[in-house]
Design a protein. Structure first.
Length: 273
């Protein structure tokens, strides 16, 4: 959830409570969000619902491979690490002992008192560690000088479509044109394009891509990516082979002309941004 969707969040939380009565609701903020705006809204809901809805804990996940140095250039990263009940250290197994020590020293500089827990690979951590904390954060007004929304992230949309081989739709509806050109994306081309991205400029690429006559969910972050087969309705990709969202450094992605790495990525995949 993006931290600007505050009004919609209140409506959604009330609806979830009334329809499903869950034991817990987990909200995942967008990676570049400072959670104060959402946290204050939940604090307001505590008062309105007599603690029927209440804030339990704010958890921050640190990408151990890429965090060192990033906290120096990103005010959001500093705020996320500073205002948390628990800090989870992910991907620490990819670091040598010295690099991990430097990371933990940096985290302690930002936030000495908050527990820092290493994730167990994709198994993460025991959920019992994360629940029942009853956070004391954001009970008081936010300290002066801290922004409630990030302005350092730029989002781009990358799209590649294809046309039916029949271009005359006057004699029948568009749905009956089933033969297309440029349907699938070559996987080797995709890997080459992703490898060309600079993780200093582009931090995340996620969305949908057509490979091997199927729709896959692409999730790329700081040089690593996963492809997950999309099961269910794929009609939204009927006229597209690629629909991606790219997120990165605002000042880099706002540059004119577009950064070389992003330009190569777009050229390799033949996408429009």
């Amino acid at each position: 959830m993006c931290c600007v969707l505050v009004g919609q969040m209140e409506t959604a939380l009330r609806e979830i409570r009334d329809k499903y009565r869950p034991d817990r609701i987990i909200i995942e903020c967008s990676g570049s969000a400072f959670p104060a705006t959402l946290a204050f809204q939940i604090r307001e809901l505590e008062r309105q619902t007599n603690n029927d809805l209440r804030l339990d804990a704010i958890v921050t996940v640190i990408d151990a491979e890429n965090f060192t140095g990033y906290e120096d250039t990103s005010p959001t990263a500093k705020m996320q690490a500073s205002y948390s009940d628990i800090i989870l250290i992910n991907k620490h197994e990819h670091l040598d002992e010295r690099a991990l020590d430097i990371l933990i020293d940096n985290l302690n500089t930002l936030n000495l008192d908050t527990p820092k827990i290493k994730c167990n690979g994709r198994n993460g951590v025991d959920p019992n560690v994360l629940f029942g904390i009853d956070s004391k954060l954001f009970r008081d007004p936010i300290p002066q000088g801290i922004e409630d929304h990030h302005d350092e992230v730029k989002t781009l949309t990358a799209y590649r479509g294809f046309l039916p081989t029949c271009h005359n739709h006057e004699h029948h509806d568009r749905e009956s044109c089933t033969s297309h050109i440029e349907v699938d994306v070559d996987k080797g081309m995709l890997e080459s394009a992703l490898a060309s991205l600079s993780k200093e400029s582009v931090w995340r690429v996620k969305g949908f891509i057509r490979l091997d006559s199927a729709i896959w969910i692409l999730n790329w972050a700081f040089g690593r990516y996963d492809l997950t087969l999309l099961k269910g309705d794929t009609s939204f990709m009927r006229d597209a082979s690629i629909r991606l969202t790219m997120m990165g450094d605002k000042y880099e992605l706002d540059r004119k002309p577009i950064p070389v790495a992003v330009k190569k990525f777009c050229a390799d995949l033949q996408v429009q941004v």
